[in-house]
Design a binder for this molecule. Structure first.
Ligand code: FRU
Length: 501
């Protein structure tokens, strides 16, 4: 009798568990990321309006709710309390008479400068008017604002929109706004074709142009889009970082995020160096910017795809996910200021089981033969006293694999997804992907964030970063570190992760 009751209980639990997982059936689709945000259905591109408020990280995003391809842009909305578990909420901003809702940012108006209310959440975005596209450039892209007094649930568009008209330029978009305390003004960093315009405003409604930056600096293989401007502290010194996304013209083809470091005085950005640097050298981290209202902590997140193939990747119900949220830092290496990215620590809370290895030398570390096959996402970290060439191979029994590693001869980190699974949807998808090693240290540390359809490689404390997506016929199950030389691994930690959904 007791045995029977136990079985009944177990059966009830299994039914409950299965039905709660498949209630919507949403997050169990083939290629569906398990530790990254993706919309339930439809299309997603750039993260927008990322703002922290009342204990919640808000993520808005470019969204076409009706089709899994780019189309009329809305702002989708999701929230998280830890940057790992996300809850998708109803759509925040719908297209209106001024156009569809292109990328932009959100701020918390603590001093009620706009008069919408103390602590109003104010979104500043580009209104893109396809209908009048043929009538001339001056009306296509203008900047508008909307506010919410209930934590982003409902929004009111400002009657005086657009707040920044278009001076007759085709590409004039993606406002990132932040508060500049010394002059007590809002600063708008705007992408204008091949450079950045800085505007200032006392109230988010009236904008004055302050300066331009970048016509002859950095990468110019494509249109400048989705910028961000913020200070980071380096040993107490304020170093300003200007992120400028560019499409195409990225280091591995298609879209990517370059950055400059320098000084900003409320009007003008003066760069420290003029060489081109990339936040992430991989092909699949675009339109990334940081959350506002997080104090000195700067948390970055990008769209985990590339305009080269984003519309044709082999998922049907939805298209695209975001990268893992990353903490940005700044270091000095080779006489330059360089931005580092590291996955947020909160990711650790998904740990299901841990396998560790200490002070072991060898040419082959078959991790999953001891730690157990991959059943979902995973996190691998290890460090070496001396960096040598290595391959981290993720594979399945169909012979599909992705290799992430380091090649000493070229001093490059790399990702090879030429045999990763479905690749024929775009001819450039199988290109070999490389990132220069920027550290000159003898030792090295590696973090690899593994999900069902992506890897994110963070090398040398986040100095060289690469993100790449992939689409195997069946999920990868095996993880193997290989080298032609003897690798001396000091500490290796491999975590099987639970799904965040
Ligand atoms: C970048 C971008 C932005 C634009 C948005 C449109 O990926 O092209 O410049 O605002 O996407 O969806």
């Amino acid at each position: 009798m007791i045995v029977k009751a136990q079985w009944l209980l177990l059966a009830a639990f299994v039914v409950f568990f299965q039905s709660s997982r498949s209630q919507t059936g949403v997050y169990v689709d083939k290629h569906r990321p398990q530790i990254h945000f993706s919309p339930k259905k439809g299309w997603m591109n750039d993260p927008n309006g990322m703002v922290y408020f009342n204990g919640k990280y808000h993520l808005f995003y470019q969204h076409n709710p009706d089709k899994p391809v780019w189309g009329p842009m809305h702002w989708g909305h999701a929230v998280s309390i830890d940057l790992v578990h996300w809850e998708e909420l109803p759509i925040a901003l719908y297209p209106d008479a001024l156009g569809t809702i292109f990328s932009g940012s959100a701020v918390i108006d603590k001093n009620n400068t706009a008069g919408f209310g103390t602590n109003a959440m104010v979104a500043i975005y580009t209104s893109h008017n396809h209908a009048i596209e043929k009538d001339g450039f001056d009306k296509i892209e203008t900047q508008s604002i909307a506010y919410s007094l209930d934590e982003g649930k409902t929004w009111t568009k400002y009657k005086g929109n657009p707040v920044l008209p278009n001076p007759g330029i085709r590409d004039f978009r993606d406002p990132k706004v932040s508060w500049y305390e010394p002059s007590k003004k809002w600063i708008m960093t705007l992408a204008v074709t091949d450079h950045i315009d800085f505007y200032s405003s006392p109230d988010l409604k009236n904008w004055t142009k302050e300066s331009e930056f970048g016509k002859d600096l950095g990468a110019h293989g494509g249109v400048w889009e989705c910028p961000d401007l913020f200070p980071l502290l380096y040993n107490g010194e304020e170093v300003w970082v200007l992120i400028v996304n560019i499409n195409p013209g990225g280091p591995n083809g298609g879209s990517a995020a370059q950055y400059f470091t320098g000084k900003f005085d409320g009007r003008v950005f003066t760069p420290n160096e003029t060489d081109t640097k990339w936040i992430d050298y991989g092909p699949d981290d675009y339109a990334g910017i940081t959350w506002s209202n997080t104090g000195d902590r700067k948390i970055f997140l990008g769209w985990m795809s590339n305009w080269l193939y984003a519309n044709v990747v082999p998922t049907e119900k939805w298209r695209s996910a975001n990268t893992i949220a990353r903490d940005l830092g700044i270091v000095r290496a080779g006489g330059r200021y360089l931005v580092t990215s590291k996955p947020v620590k909160a990711l650790q809370q998904l740990t299901a089981t841990t396998y560790t290895l200490k002070n072991k030398a060898g040419k082959s570390f078959d991790i999953t033969s001891t730690a157990g096959k991959l059943k979902g996402p995973a996190l691998l970290t290890f460090d070496m006293e001396e960096l040598k060439s290595f391959n981290i191979e993720l594979s399945n029994s169909n012979g599909e694999k992705i290799i992430a590693g380091y090649d000493k001869a070229t001093n490059n980190y790399f990702i090879d997804r030429s045999s990763s699974g479905k690749t024929d949807f775009h001819k450039e998808f199988t290109n070999k992907l490389t990132a220069p090693r920027l550290s000159s240290n003898k030792n090295a540390d590696i973090i690899l964030v593994i999900d069902d359809a992506s890897v994110e490689l963070f090398a040398d404390s986040g100095l060289s970063v690469m993100t790449a997506i992939f689409f195997p016929e069946s999920n990868y199950t095996d993880l193997h570190i290989k080298s032609t030389e003897k690798l001396a691994i000091k500490n290796l930690v491999f975590n099987h992760l639970n799904s965040a959904w």
